[in-house]
Design a protein. Sequence first.
Length: 82
Amino acid sequence: MTRSSTISSKGQITVPLEIRNRLGLKQGDRVEFVVESDRTTIRPARALENPFVKYVGALPVFSALHDVKAWVRTLRDEETEE
């Protein structure tokens, strides 16, 4: 698939609708240009920091699925006691 766009005097381009849909882009979204050797690609801009980092350590560490299920059971038991 090849699509093209013209660069304006301000260096702006219009991303074709088919490409916007393919990338899930909407008005106001940011994109980034990734340069790899002789190839440049466009993709949705990624957040600089993982938004889930602040939740690291919020839950206990589980070694097996049965540990997770047991922990959930204790939470449910606490809810029924209230």
